[in-house]
Ligand binder design. Sequence first.
Ligand code: 5GP
Ligand code: MG
Length: 369
Amino acid sequence: MVQLHDLKFTPFISEAEINVGIEKVAAQINADFENKTPVFLGVLNGAFLFAAEVIKRFKGDCEVNFVKLSSYEGTGTTGKVESLMGLTSSLKGRNVVVIEDIVDTGNTLESLDRILKSEEVNLYKIATLFYKPASYKKSLPIDYVGMEIPNDFIVGYGLDYDGLGRNLTQVYKLKNSKMTNIVLFGPPGAGKGTQAAVLKDHYNLKHISTGDVFRYNIKNETELGKLAKAYMDKGQLVPDSITIDMLKAEVRQSTEGNGFIFDGFPRTVAQAEALEEFLQEEGTQVNAMIALEVDDEILVERLLERGKTSGRPDDANELVIRKRIKVYYEETAILKQFYLKQDKYFGINGVGSIQEITARLKEAIDQLV
Ligand code: 5GP
Ligand code: MG
């Protein structure tokens, strides 16, 4: 995570991904302009790095020029494009390749189009490293695109937030500052699934159940799923690093929402630390471990009751049930200590009606948000 002025940004596009975009655009421009002695027209300030990379890769003769335009303030476009530094030599009759860092609404492109037409260029093409199709409102074609990105505000690799961040070698995006991440615990029969579903809707959180994530990856034969399955087929435990990578992919995929409910993870202190580290990279953290607390005898009674109708064999046998509850306490005792030390443990009385328990959970979570 990086902080620029008052805002926090999280890693979004790696140097390697940026390079793929650069190579793609450079190859297309080489193919189209190799013997046409183009004038590369970089649009300052943002495009200085991209322009350098593209121009370095150009194989034929070329000239280089820059214009400076501005339409942005803070994290929003002003709609008006100003020319702060105009052309210093005529482009009449020339083949021009405009090099932009990012095309957002297209206002900047429109004013460039006016400038180039009044210059009476022979032809011009537009190259941009980043393009936000969801935000683009013009009909001018964009000839070379490094990569399409969603409508997030990004910084790095030439792009700034109020002057800062242009020197970052990768791209970051503005962090959603009000994320709430909850680790939800509860012994079998405590009603965790029911409550997770209610909380998820109420707070607009994404429910990440490790079990579901595993099943999804294995079923769809993702790289991680295949790795995990190889361990499981040998009867071995899937290493934490694979589980964490699956969760990372899941978290990174969900750009909407106010945070996550983690269910079934972490199970060990090592996993809790890995989760902490990963969320920190994303500019966020675990806000609370919330555990539903229900007396053993009530759990046994509930599960035996459920076993009568659910057909789950592990719900039918009292000894098996008691063993599962015991394992739960053995496993989570250490995590309870881990989160207690950080003042993040909330034990919630899980006996009562669904609504009563939800109300207790909300009371705890409302303190966090
Ligand atoms: P447009 O005129 O296409 O709306 O926007 C073009 C200019 O807006 C870009 O040259 C850039 O200066 C700025 N801009 C648009 N989107 C972003 C963004 O996500 N991050 C940053 N830092 N600047 C942006
Ligand atoms: Mg620009």
